[in-house]
Ligand binder design. Structure first.
Ligand SMILES: [Zn+2]
Length: 364
């Protein structure tokens, strides 16, 4: 886990005000950042979430760290406009509650927005963590030149965020952008998804699915250099599969190629539903991205398979690429979502300003 953001911290005297607090609430760690109006990080901290202590204790700790951060970098309260928090699971955006918080036992229906607001004394915006990451990429990551994007985060499962203009697709009941649960296989042999249903994209892509499929192939007796490493006492992991693929193992390459083809099927459905300007891929299951032959091959198969299965116009302008912000996308995007709502609240939102909200690198 990164202890520091991947980019350097901007000193407070260089910041463009107002600033926003971005919180990326995770089951193990929570990332907290203070981000200026240009999306630059002034302060970053990784906090142990300690879910088991219960929501009140966690909210207390986050609020305490926020106020300590403000003091530490010397911000005055008018310079801080709002706080955005990205939370996992299904959220109720009307009520500001965590409805089905996966990996947060005992947090069901916790009114997180109100509870944070009472502690930090500034407006609070609640976002889905995957949507926040997508907004981070849209605002200052690999999506800045586009008006719409889909971010697929390939981790244990598949997280997704859809941004169109400054609109974040949350859905009527908080289930918007659940792209990991698109149906891509309706055959009787369709695999079971982590959600319990069958044939979903996440049942074929992501770490959990890849490990399940790899174990099946090992049980069937497939020939692979993975066996040598497992016999040496190593544990089967996405990293092991990635390393053996990079070393030329045929099975590992086949598994990764199959994941790329399945992912492309899902992406084609997204293209035909949204026609986004770009699709970005992030998360740990990206095989070193463009820094490894495996990562480059993975992306290249996704691109060619998606092109092959879509309309010519879409294929010709198709942009599928890796995300840029890594694990910083969540807190930066949460701050960015707080920023949109701040502009909306301050009633300075006219068309010109909406157009320049994200392109603030050129506006004043
Ligand atoms: Zn599912």
């Amino acid at each position: 886990m990164d202890q520091q953001p991947s980019h350097h911290l901007t000193p407070c005297h260089e910041a463009k005000f107002p600033c926003y607090v971005g919180v990326d609430l995770g089951g193990t760690n929570t990332k907290l950042g203070i981000v200026d109006d240009m999306g630059r990080t002034l302060y970053f901290e990784l906090i142990s979430t300690r879910v088991e202590q219960g929501p009140d204790a966690v909210m207390d700790r986050i609020a305490e760290r926020v106020s300590s951060a403000i003091q530490q970098i010397g911000l005055q309260s008018p310079e801080l406009a709002a706080l955005g928090i990205g939370a996992p699971g299904i959220l109720d955006f009307r009520e500001g509650t965590m409805r089905v918080p996966v990996n947060f036992p005992g947090w069901e229906n916790f009114p997180i927005r109100q509870q944070i607001r009472e502690r930090v004394n500034m407006p609070v915006v609640l976002a889905n963590d995957a949507s926040a990451a997508a907004y981070g990429e849209f605002w200052v990551g690999n999506g800045t030149q586009f008006d719409s994007l889909v971010l697929l985060t390939l981790g244990t499962g598949i997280g997704a965020g859809i941004i169109i203009g400054d609109l974040i697709i949350e859905g009527n009941s908080g289930h918007g952008a659940e792209c990991g649960h698109m149906i891509i296989d309706t055959s009787p042999s369709a695999r079971r998804c982590g959600c319990g249903m069958y044939g979903h994209l996440e049942a074929y892509c992501g770490a959990r699915a890849t490990l399940t499929i790899t174990r099946e192939r090992l049980d069937e007796g497939a020939e692979t250099s993975l066996r040598t490493r497992l016999e040496a006492g190593e544990t089967l992991s996405p990293r092991l599969i990635s390393e053996e693929a990079e070393a030329g193992d045929a099975l590992c390459n086949e598994l990764i190629d199959n994941m790329a083809k399945r992912l492309a099927q899902g992406i084609v459905s997204l293209l035909h539903t949204i026609d986004p300007a770009c699709v970005l891929l992030g998360g740990a299951m990206t095989f070193g991205m463009t820094s490894t032959a495996t990562g480059r091959r993975f992306l290249s198969i996704i691109r060619s398979e998606a092109k092959r299965q879509t309309f010519r116009t879409l294929a010709n302008q198709l942009i599928i690429d890796y995300a840029q912000l890594g694990s910083d996308a969540g807190y930066i995007g949460s701050a960015g979502i707080a920023r949109i709502s701040h502009f909306a609240r301050s009633k300075v939102r006219n068309e010109m300003q909406v157009a320049s909200l994200r392109r603030n690198t050129t506006s004043e």
